[in-house]
Design a protein. Structure first.
Length: 154
Protein backbone atom coordinates (compact mmCIF):
# COMPACT_ATOMS: atom_id res chain seq x y z
CA UNK A 1 0.00 0.00 0.00
CA UNK A 2 1.11 3.54 -0.62
CA UNK A 3 1.43 5.51 2.61
CA UNK A 4 -0.73 8.59 3.14
CA UNK A 5 1.38 11.76 3.04
CA UNK A 6 0.77 14.17 5.88
CA UNK A 7 2.62 17.48 5.79
CA UNK A 8 3.01 19.53 8.94
CA UNK A 9 0.50 20.51 11.55
CA UNK A 10 -1.97 21.70 8.90
CA UNK A 11 -1.91 18.25 7.32
CA UNK A 12 -2.64 16.53 10.62
CA UNK A 13 -5.51 18.90 11.36
CA UNK A 14 -6.94 18.37 7.86
CA UNK A 15 -7.14 14.60 8.45
CA UNK A 16 -8.86 14.84 11.87
CA UNK A 17 -11.78 12.43 11.99
CA UNK A 18 -10.71 10.57 8.86
CA UNK A 19 -9.32 7.15 8.07
CA UNK A 20 -5.76 7.50 6.77
CA UNK A 21 -5.10 3.99 5.50
CA UNK A 22 -3.98 0.45 6.16
CA UNK A 23 -0.68 -1.37 6.09
CA UNK A 24 0.00 -4.38 3.92
CA UNK A 25 -1.14 -7.77 5.23
CA UNK A 26 1.46 -9.69 7.28
CA UNK A 27 1.43 -13.28 8.55
CA UNK A 28 1.91 -14.05 12.22
CA UNK A 29 4.70 -16.58 12.63
CA UNK A 30 5.18 -18.72 15.74
CA UNK A 31 8.79 -17.52 15.94
CA UNK A 32 7.52 -13.97 16.57
CA UNK A 33 5.35 -15.19 19.46
CA UNK A 34 8.31 -17.09 20.91
CA UNK A 35 10.63 -14.09 20.56
CA UNK A 36 8.12 -11.89 22.38
CA UNK A 37 7.78 -14.49 25.14
CA UNK A 38 11.57 -14.50 25.56
CA UNK A 39 11.79 -10.70 25.57
CA UNK A 40 9.06 -10.28 28.20
CA UNK A 41 9.38 -13.45 30.24
CA UNK A 42 5.70 -14.23 29.54
CA UNK A 43 5.70 -17.94 28.69
CA UNK A 44 2.02 -18.62 29.41
CA UNK A 45 1.12 -21.89 27.74
CA UNK A 46 -1.55 -20.43 25.41
CA UNK A 47 1.28 -18.69 23.58
CA UNK A 48 4.15 -21.18 23.48
CA UNK A 49 3.22 -24.75 24.53
CA UNK A 50 2.09 -26.47 21.31
CA UNK A 51 1.23 -29.79 23.03
CA UNK A 52 -0.95 -28.20 25.70
CA UNK A 53 -2.53 -25.88 23.11
CA UNK A 54 -3.50 -28.91 21.01
CA UNK A 55 -4.98 -30.67 24.05
CA UNK A 56 -6.59 -27.81 25.97
CA UNK A 57 -6.80 -24.48 24.17
CA UNK A 58 -10.13 -23.25 22.85
CA UNK A 59 -8.15 -21.25 20.27
CA UNK A 60 -6.63 -24.28 18.53
CA UNK A 61 -3.34 -22.53 17.79
CA UNK A 62 -0.71 -20.45 19.57
CA UNK A 63 -2.07 -16.98 20.34
CA UNK A 64 -0.09 -13.74 20.22
CA UNK A 65 0.29 -11.97 23.55
CA UNK A 66 -2.04 -8.99 23.84
CA UNK A 67 0.91 -6.65 24.25
CA UNK A 68 2.61 -8.19 21.21
CA UNK A 69 -0.53 -7.42 19.24
CA UNK A 70 -0.56 -3.83 20.55
CA UNK A 71 3.14 -3.40 19.75
CA UNK A 72 2.41 -4.16 16.09
CA UNK A 73 0.88 -0.67 15.86
CA UNK A 74 4.25 1.05 16.29
CA UNK A 75 5.96 -1.25 13.82
CA UNK A 76 3.37 -0.68 11.09
CA UNK A 77 2.66 3.01 11.76
CA UNK A 78 5.11 4.27 9.14
CA UNK A 79 3.84 1.82 6.55
CA UNK A 80 0.53 3.68 6.73
CA UNK A 81 1.84 7.25 7.04
CA UNK A 82 4.56 9.24 5.33
CA UNK A 83 5.25 12.33 7.41
CA UNK A 84 6.81 15.55 6.20
CA UNK A 85 7.58 18.75 8.09
CA UNK A 86 8.28 17.26 11.49
CA UNK A 87 11.48 17.37 13.51
CA UNK A 88 10.33 14.53 15.75
CA UNK A 89 7.43 12.12 16.27
CA UNK A 90 7.07 10.25 19.56
CA UNK A 91 4.72 7.59 20.83
CA UNK A 92 3.21 9.28 23.88
CA UNK A 93 1.04 6.43 25.14
CA UNK A 94 -2.37 4.83 24.83
CA UNK A 95 -5.83 5.44 26.16
CA UNK A 96 -8.40 2.68 25.81
CA UNK A 97 -6.90 -0.63 24.59
CA UNK A 98 -8.94 -3.76 23.93
CA UNK A 99 -8.20 -7.22 22.51
CA UNK A 100 -11.58 -8.40 21.17
CA UNK A 101 -10.30 -11.30 19.05
CA UNK A 102 -7.22 -13.52 19.45
CA UNK A 103 -4.48 -13.12 16.86
CA UNK A 104 -3.37 -16.69 16.19
CA UNK A 105 -0.33 -18.19 14.54
CA UNK A 106 -0.87 -18.20 10.78
CA UNK A 107 -3.40 -15.34 10.81
CA UNK A 108 -2.85 -12.49 8.41
CA UNK A 109 -3.15 -9.07 10.02
CA UNK A 110 -2.78 -5.41 9.15
CA UNK A 111 -2.95 -2.02 10.82
CA UNK A 112 -5.81 0.35 9.99
CA UNK A 113 -5.50 3.95 11.23
CA UNK A 114 -7.95 6.78 11.69
CA UNK A 115 -7.04 10.17 13.11
CA UNK A 116 -9.18 11.19 16.06
CA UNK A 117 -8.56 14.24 18.22
CA UNK A 118 -5.82 16.71 17.27
CA UNK A 119 -4.83 19.22 19.94
CA UNK A 120 -1.95 21.44 20.98
CA UNK A 121 0.28 20.33 23.85
CA UNK A 122 2.79 23.10 24.39
CA UNK A 123 5.08 23.21 21.37
CA UNK A 124 3.88 19.74 20.31
CA UNK A 125 0.76 18.72 18.43
CA UNK A 126 -0.88 15.73 20.14
CA UNK A 127 -2.82 13.37 17.91
CA UNK A 128 -5.02 10.47 18.93
CA UNK A 129 -4.94 7.67 16.39
CA UNK A 130 -7.70 5.08 16.44
CA UNK A 131 -5.61 2.02 15.65
CA UNK A 132 -6.99 -1.37 14.74
CA UNK A 133 -5.03 -4.57 14.15
CA UNK A 134 -7.40 -6.28 11.75
CA UNK A 135 -7.40 -10.03 11.08
CA UNK A 136 -8.06 -11.08 7.51
CA UNK A 137 -11.52 -12.65 7.20
CA UNK A 138 -12.58 -11.70 10.75
CA UNK A 139 -15.22 -9.13 11.69
CA UNK A 140 -13.57 -8.24 15.02
CA UNK A 141 -10.03 -6.88 15.23
CA UNK A 142 -7.28 -8.41 17.33
CA UNK A 143 -6.63 -5.02 18.93
CA UNK A 144 -8.45 -1.70 19.04
CA UNK A 145 -6.55 1.11 20.71
CA UNK A 146 -6.42 4.87 21.06
CA UNK A 147 -2.71 5.54 20.48
CA UNK A 148 -1.36 9.00 21.27
CA UNK A 149 1.51 10.43 19.25
CA UNK A 150 3.15 13.81 19.64
CA UNK A 151 4.54 15.72 16.68
CA UNK A 152 7.15 18.49 16.79
CA UNK A 153 7.25 20.79 13.78
CA UNK A 154 10.51 21.06 11.83
Amino acid sequence: MTPTLISGYAGLRAFAGQAVGQSDWKSLEFSRIQTFAEATGDHQWIHVDRERIAASSPFGAPVAHGYLTLSLVAGLFFEVLELDGFKMVINYGCNKVRFPNPLKEGNRYRLALKIGEVKEAGEWLEVTFLASIEIEGQAKPACAAECIYRFLAA
